[in-house]
Design a protein around this ligand. Sequence first.
Ligand SMILES: NC(=O)c1ccc[n+]([C@@H]2O[C@H](COP(=O)([O-])OP(=O)(O)OC[C@H]3O[C@@H](n4cnc5c(N)ncnc54)[C@H](OP(=O)(O)O)[C@@H]3O)[C@@H](O)[C@H]2O)c1
Length: 295
Amino acid sequence: MQHASPASSGATLPPLRRLAGTGKLLDGRVGIVTGASHGIGEAAATAMADAGATVVLAARNEHALEEVAARIDATRRRASVVATDVTDPSAVERLVKETTARYGRLDVAFNNAGDGHAPVPLADLRVEDFDRTVATNARGVFLSMKYEIPAILSRGGGSIVNMTSTAGLEGVSGIAGYAAGKHAVVGLTRVAALDYAGAGVRVNAVAPGPILSERIAAEEVRRRVASGVPIGRIGEREEVAGVVVWLLSDLASFVTGTVVTVDGGMTSGVRVVRPPDTPVATPRTSDQQARGRSR
Ligand SMILES: NC(=O)c1ccc[n+]([C@@H]2O[C@H](COP(=O)([O-])OP(=O)(O)OC[C@H]3O[C@@H](n4cnc5c(N)ncnc54)[C@H](OP(=O)(O)O)[C@@H]3O)[C@@H](O)[C@H]2O)c1
């Protein structure tokens, strides 16, 4: 299942786990995170701040952004808020201007804001749902980079990560508008990487598979979604955040124009159904995986 339906299951998410080991990877950097009022954007903004960055949080819901900023940094010196609709050029231009006015620079950005639509066969997709989804995902990433890149260039370079999805890499039935928007993000990422590779701006994308969100937090939905993931479980917001911090940091200094999948193996290929007596590895539970990680 992709990020496509706005319907919430009503279940709540566990509190964010703070990532250990990112040290000072983004020490002294100033970054923008769009779509930072919830979910993966909040997790990434938190991880970027924990890695030493000062973060400017953008989304439409200013109240939710203020709450996230306060959770990241109660003193509010290293996390601030600019209410922004990423589909509006003047709002995105203002976001970048306010960032550089407040902190004197922009080094990194995670263009994560996105929106989906309820799954329907293509001919039943309402034109306004197609337009809204493509505008948020594709126009939003275009506008973000359009205004971020000159600011990053003026400080000699930096790194951008755009949010796509496994639905930006392959077709997923029922979500034509979302898939179109996310495929466009891949194209925008590759072109921007080529346009600015020689000028010191790296541009990459992350493509998550199903990541735990309120939409899929209910136990029975989780089980159904996890059954389609080779690793055998849904991903966590923090597992996307860690990849974003790595791509934004100098550890990824020779990485540009690429899309990093964070999907538990979903886009690796075809899982062949074999006769029952064929030896195969059985997926581990998330508890077993957590025990394996801590070894
Ligand atoms: N969760 C998944 O399984 C999954 C998988 C693959 C990719 N993704 C992508 O990951 C990103 C984050 O998803 P999520 O699961 O964390 O969803 P989420 O919790 O619904 O977060 C979406 C964020 O985007 C913001 N946003 C939406 N429209 C906007 C607009 N016009 N201008 C500014 N901000 C806007 C929302 O804030 P406001 O409503 O306050 O504006 C919110 O902060 C999205 O791009 C999504 O497509 C998610």
